[in-house]
Design a protein around this ligand. Structure first.
Ligand code: BES
Ligand code: MN
Ligand code: ZN
Length: 495
């Protein structure tokens, strides 16, 4: 999957004796050099400051200037711009590290030394800096190769020495960052896999594999027959038109005593969303293979937890199904009964995410969870409201929402809270059942969340609509791995 492994370490470094493929030193705007850049200037005899005078380098964030063989032991040095010293924002720092990560992802560099640990970033301490370096670099090492017949990229390891900070805090940061970066890559790989490979059964297989590999994880997969016995008529109405059977995938991470109540993650895992009988238009329909990115983020987060082993319990529930038209498919107007007993009029078979989630959310009750977060590429309306930068956050508990918003800011994976007011609920009224599965065009992401709220009354719950944030379209089409950083941040802070 990740075609390049990365190993991080922190070491005491002396530029005089350093032997490395590549060293990265910082410089700022206003012809200001970092101590490391000054030292390199002295050792190499290259006048780095003069680059500013000649207009070759300005020190703006993410700007790079390469020096070849500045000293005997150093093959290449990159002067990396970080912008205005003393005014570096987390987002600028991440952008800058990402630019260097892109350069390093070329396979020629096997070993690199980053001397960026002394840079002051607004509001960040040692741990955050190390962590975001590791997260960004791990992420940049990913590329999707599985379905290419020629695997050009050779699998090599990039060894990254992160600065001279060898404190436990820096090491902890590197660990967390790598776990999150790798977790995002797991989510991206699952998201990018096409619908003919990544089916509900495929996802179930991934859970079984994960459980085989890790003692602290157990899994249980419910078949359609078992779901039927539980009364999950809503979830099953989505897979009815498909040859691929739905799967309810439960993974339990056990890092604390049995008596400790778990946190629950519930992922929408529509492995392909055609819209069903309410068929989607053809344009960009291929992107509906990403409709399982909520589920993918749950897998990615479980992977991160397995790497970090926090002392807590987490239960993951993935509602996996394929939404297809067919002679047995659910029709507009059909009425189904959910596990909660509430009847649902399916006015639009393309509003299928909420139909699988509501039964998975009812199922979550049996774990008596401390908190429940569902993650779903739920509505196009959310993309209209927030664009592709923030995930939509809805919650029945404002303190919980605040905690999640903060986890988003901390991890560089932001969400924005949307209202879940009762005023919107009547839009879901049905003449024929307890509730309709659509609420009209107005506030489409809100009425979708309102639908879910009818099934989550017994616990502290939040819903993340990741329709805008889960993947990129266009030339860089591909899954992003969001919101693995937000979810992992939230959970490890709870441990
Ligand atoms: N998976 C889609 C939401 C989606 C659409 C995400 C486009 C990202 C891009 C979801 O199942 C869906 O089809 N939602 C409908 C709901 C409508 C029928 C009420 C939508 O958003 O149009
Ligand atoms: Mn749909
Ligand atoms: Zn969908």
């Amino acid at each position: 999957m990740t075609n390049r492994a990365i190993k991080f370490s922190a070491k005491t470094i002396d530029l005089i004796s350093l032997k490395t493929d590549c060293v990265v030193v910082a410089a700022y705007t206003g012809a200001t050099l970092s101590d490391e850049a000054k030292q390199l200037q002295k050792l190499s005899g290259i006048n780095i400051k003069s680059l500013y005078d000649k207009g070759e380098f300005e020190g703006k964030s993410a700007q790079q200037f390469t020096l070849y063989q500045p000293t005997k032991g150093i093959a290449k040095a990159i002067i990396l711009g970080f912008g205005n010293k003393g005014k570096i924002k987390p987002a600028d720092f991440r952008k800058t590290i990402n630019s260097i990560a892109q350069s390093l992802s070329k396979n020629s560099v096997k070993q690199t030394t980053l001397l960026v640990d002394a840079i002051a970033v607004d509001g960040w301490a040692t741990t955050e800096k190390a962590r975001h370096c590791a997260q960004t670099l791990s992420n940049a090492a990913y590329s999707f190769t599985r379905c290419k017949s020629k695997k050009t990229a050779k699998s090599t390891t990039l060894t990254v020495v992160y600065g001279t900070d060898t404190t436990a805090k820096a090491k902890k940061g590197l660990n967390i960052g790598q776990a999150i970066g790798d977790g995002m890559n797991v989510a991206r790989e699952l998201g990018n896999l096409p619908g003919n490979i990544c089916t509900p059964s495929y996802l179930a297989g991934e859970a079984r594999t994960l459980a085989r590999k890790h003692k602290s994880l157990t899994t249980q997969i419910l078949s359609e027959k078992q779901m039927k016995a539980l009364g999950m008529g809503s979830l099953l109405s989505v897979s009815a038109g498909s040859h691929e059977p739905a799967q309810l995938i439960i993974m339990e991470y056990k890092g604390a005593a049995k008596s400790v109540k778990p946190h629950a993650l519930v992922g929408k895992g529509i492995t392909f969303d055609t819209g069903g009988i309410s068929l989607k238009p053809g344009a960009a329909m291929d992107e509906m293979k990403f409709d399982m990115c909520g589920a993918a983020s749950v897998f990615g987060t479980m992977n991160a937890l397995l790497a970090l082993q926090p002392k807590m319990n987490v239960v993951a529930i993935v509602a996996a199904a394929e939404n297809m038209p067919g002679s047995k498919a659910t029709k507009p107007g059909d009425i189904v009964t959910s596990m909660s007993g509430q009847t649902i009029e399916v006015l639009n078979t393309d509003a299928e995410g909420r139909l699988v989630l509501c039964d998975a959310l009812s199922y979550a009750e049996r774990y008596n969870p401390q908190s429940v977060i569902d993650i779903a590429t739920l509505t196009g309306a959310c993309v209209i409201a927030l664009g592709k930068h923030a995930s939509g956050l809805f919650s029945n508990d404002d303190d919980f929402a605040q905690t999640l918003l903060e986890a988003g800011v901390e991890s560089g994976d932001r969400a924005w809270q949307m209202p879940l007011w009762d005023d919107y609920q009547p839009q879901l009224d049905s003449n024929f059942a307890d509730i309709a599965n659509i609420g009209g065009r107005d506030g489409g992401s809100i009425t979708a969340a309102c639908f879910l709220s009818r099934f989550t009354k017994s616990y502290k719950w939040a819903h993340l609509d990741i329709a805008g944030t889960a993947w990129h379209s266009g030339a860089k089409k591909g899954a992003t791995g969001r919101p693995v950083p937000l979810l992992t941040e939230y959970l490890i802070n709870k441990a």
